[in-house]
Design a protein. Structure first.
Length: 226
């Protein structure tokens, strides 16, 4: 599999978690979002993120994010962006002293956060790869070309985005509701949209090989490629 950017977002507010997932997901980055600051260290080990986005505060502490940043920085050079409403000069200085690479104050424009994230990734050389691979499937995110078993496959934009999302996380069950929210918006409710597009995507892929997108009944889909 190729190296799409992996982002760990630690955010206490549920609406902000949805927003971060949507904004960064549109860049086709793999976003793992959690509200549990005390789980951030273990998640960082599991996810191996290329970028961490931290809120300073959580429900138990006004400075928990700084503590997480210090622990991460003690063992890793992973870029860290604080994305928080804590906007005093002291907060900003503490954030940089804790190892932060940038500091974004809420509310923010989506374009600003993405631009800052890209700038941090450029500075640290963690730009990821544009080519994803799973089994005999190759997905080139820059050119929007999909090849399976040497044959080019024509996909719609939505089909391409759904496939790329699944290929980035092989073995992970992706809920239909998550796909629906990511590609049709937070207000979308008709999971039949997802089912129809996945059905069409499957048909195109299976013209060149066995099934790789499997249904997990009552939940969603998972990509398993040998």
């Amino acid at each position: 599999m190729g190296g799409a950017l992996r982002v760990l977002a630690v955010e206490d507010d549920p609406d902000m978690r949805v927003l971060l997932s949507a904004v960064l997901g549109r860049e086709r980055w793999v976003v793992t979002a959690t509200d549990k600051v005390d789980a951030a260290d273990q998640l960082a080990v599991e996810v191996r993120p290329d970028l961490v986005i931290l809120d300073v505060r959580d429900r138990n502490s006004d400075r928990a994010g700084f503590d997480v940043a210090r622990r991460l920085r003690a063992r890793s050079d992973v870029p860290i962006i604080f994305c928080t409403g804590a906007d005093s000069v002291d907060d900003r200085l503490t954030g940089f002293e804790a190892g932060g690479d940038d500091y974004v104050v809420k509310p923010f424009f989506a374009e600003e956060l993405v631009a800052r994230a890209r700038a941090v990734m450029r500075r640290t050389g963690k730009n990821g790869s544009d080519v994803l691979r799973a089994g005999d499937i190759v997905v080139d995110e820059r050119s929007h070309v999909v090849v399976r078993a040497g044959a080019g496959i024509e996909l719609t934009r939505l089909e391409f985005d759904v496939l790329a999302t699944l290929v980035r996380q092989p073995g992970r069950v992706m809920p239909k509701t998550e796909l629906l929210s990511r590609f049709w918006g937070a207000d979308a409710y008709d999971v039949n949209l997802v089912e129809r597009h996945v059905s069409d995507l499957r048909a195109k892929l299976e013209a060149h090989g066995p099934r790789v997108i499997h249904t997990v009944r009552g939940i969603g889909y998972v990509l398993r490629a040998g």
